[in-house]
Design a protein around this ligand. Structure first.
Ligand code: SF4
Length: 421
């Protein structure tokens, strides 16, 4: 006789709110006629209800993997398998999504079919780590599922002390604020560091993220060790006619309240004739005015990226925003992208050799000092590298005059080059 859906009064409460509930999803899978995993999902619901009743988790880890890879599978064995035997093994496969999360429907159907055949049918697009989380496979089926996913071009993501699955925003395909080719940078960087993703051998995790502008839709600045964020170094583009139209439609008060006075550096002024002046030297490229007036304002033409290092959630020292290590890098030609990848690889190598066990790169930099890190990866000191807005990230100021003079000389040389062109 088919197993019955367990009574789950506590889980049922989670279906009551305004949002779609994962409990409803689990029940749907548990009741899908003729599927091999319905028993597994019924026992999973039973175990989860039991966890809620007793306020205790009943999963333990173990060692499960696929041939040739040192990570990417999160093993889950139940310690109440005697009560819920069909969900006694419920492993997760972390699979890397395409850069920018661009799928076609055929691929999505193939992914679902594979997981219905080898797993529980339960997929999370996408987990906190950025991976496609294929949740609920038995030990026996892990390799079969991975082989099928690999056959259609998907690869395992990172887990443990390794380079982690990277994320990039939707990018220029759908967003007009994009300042570089995020997908290209993402793909090239991961291709260059794939060994460190699949064979965990770093002191701890290391994550790359790519955002096309300072809106930072993938939370790169505070949730990745190496954040590449699009920006521009010339002037904001202003279409004065469209700006006047916005003033006419919304009124001067609303424009002043929501745009002019919200600029963090007071770089904007509204003229009497309803045109806009931008003090571009003061603008810190925060994106606020552009977000509010998408038709009238847009990023400049001289686009590139800012690179930040060391963002992370709480660990040894509290949450950290990334520190700027490259204020501006042009990303246009293939060589530019290769330079970016070289720097990424250099940072991973330096981290591998110098971090303590279970220490993130941001914590390592705090411990050894930013100047030492920059020297280690071959980056020149630049006064535009800031740790916190409007403060210098340097603790030591010896040789500072010399460094400042060097920087001035480089700047002058760069300007002379531009003038000569
Ligand atoms: Fe001000 Fe930000 Fe607009 Fe720059 S991008 S002018 S800092 S609101």
């Amino acid at each position: 006789m088919a197993k019955k859906l367990p009574q789950t009064p506590m889980l049922d409460k989670l279906e009551g709110g305004p949002w779609p509930s994962f409990v409803t999803g689990l029940k749907r899978l548990a009741e899908s006629d003729g599927k091999h995993y319905t028993g597994m999902m019924k026992d999973l619901l039973g175990q989860l209800e039991h966890s809620y009743e007793t306020r205790t988790g009943y999963w333990k880890g173990g060692t499960v993997g696929v041939r040739g890879y040192g990570g990417g599978v999160i093993p889950r064995f139940s310690i109440v398998a005697d009560k819920y035997p069909e969900s006694s093994e419920f492993h997760t496969l972390r699979i890397q999504p395409p850069a920018g999360l661009h799928y076609d429907t055929k691929t999505l159907r193939q992914l679902c079919d594979i997981w219905e055949e080898h797993g529980s049918g339960l997929i999370a697009f996408h987990g906190q780590s950025g991976d496609i989380m294929f949740q609920g496979a038995t030990t026996e089926n892990v390799q079969k599922a991975f082989d099928a996913l690999n056959d259609i071009g998907f690869d395992m993501g990172g887990a443990g002390a390794a380079v982690r699955t990277s994320m990039s925003c939707v990018g220029a395909a759908r967003c007009e604020q994009s300042c570089y080719n995020e997908q290209k940078a993402h793909r090239m960087m991961i291709d260059a560091t794939l060994d460190d993703m699949h064979r965990p051998s770093l002191p701890y995790k290391f994550k790359f993220k790519f955002s096309g502008c300072a809106n930072d839709c993938v939370n790169a600045s505070h949730r990745s060790d190496f954040a590449v964020i699009g920006t521009w170094r010339d002037d904001i583009k202003v279409d004065q006619e469209k700006f006047k139209q916005a003033v006419a439609e919304r009124g001067r008060k609303e424009i002043i309240d929501q745009v002019i006075s919200m600029c963090p550096t007071r770089a904007l002024s509204l003229n009497d004739d309803d045109t806009l002046d931008v003090d571009n030297k003061s603008c810190v490229r925060c994106m606020h005015c552009i977000n509010v007036l998408t038709k009238a304002l847009s990023p400049g033409d001289d686009k590139g990226v800012t690179i930040l290092l060391g963002g992370k959630r709480t660990l040894k020292i509290g949450d950290m925003m990334g520190t700027v290590i490259v204020p501006f890098m042009k990303l246009e030609t293939d060589e530019d992208y290769e330079k970016l990848v070289e720097l990424g690889v250099e940072c991973v190598d330096f981290f591998a050799e110098n971090a303590l066990e279970h220490e993130r790169v941001g914590e390592m930099v705090e411990r050894i000092g930013l100047v030492n890190f920059l020297e280690g990866v071959g980056l020149e000191v630049d006064p535009n590298m800031v740790s916190h807005p409007r403060t210098s990230s340097y603790f030591r100021s010896d040789d500072w005059d010399e460094e400042a003079a060097k920087w001035e000389r480089r700047k002058a040389a760069g300007q002379a080059e531009v003038a000569a062109e």
